[in-house]
Ligand binder design. Structure first.
Ligand code: NI
Length: 136
């Protein structure tokens, strides 16, 4: 019997979407407002879920306090109030789209989650736009 437990988190961050090798007109056509050379911010909402068996002793799939602290240490402290392009090393050569941010978050959390459990990351860039990543 598998149960999925989830924790919501939040961070504010700035980004710019552009491809270095493209000219300005092409970047503007593809990325629009998100290509603003002066960057712009989003209020990212994050939902991290862990799927697994309920531990017979604790009754937990995962201690939510542990998950909360993990998200704080690995994601919020690293991303909140940061310029993703300039201040977060994972995006030095990776476009910080919601898709890529979700993958980076998953990669950062995965080593800390027990191996027999599944990890899912849902990232909202706006209230209406969100992406889901469950691993490669
Ligand atoms: Ni944007």
């Amino acid at each position: 019997m598998k149960v999925k437990v989830s924790r919501k988190a939040h961070f504010n961050a700035a980004h710019r979407l552009y491809v270095k090798d493209w000219d300005e007109a092409t970047n503007q056509e593809v990325f629009g407002k998100c290509n603003n050379p002066h960057y712009h911010g989003h209020n990212y909402e994050l939902v991290v879920s862990v799927l697994g068996d309920i531990d017979k002793e604790t009754g937990y799939v995962m201690d939510m306090k542990t998950l909360k602290d993990l998200i704080k240490a690995e994601i919020e402290d690293a991303f909140d109030h940061k310029n993703l392009n300039l201040q977060v090393p994972e995006f030095a050569n990776l476009i910080p789209t919601a898709e890529n941010i979700a993958v980076v978050i998953w990669d950062k959390l995965r080593p800390h989650i027990e191996e027999d459990k599944k990890l899912e990351v849902i990232l909202y860039e706006t209230p209406r736009n969100f992406v889901t990543y469950t691993g490669p």
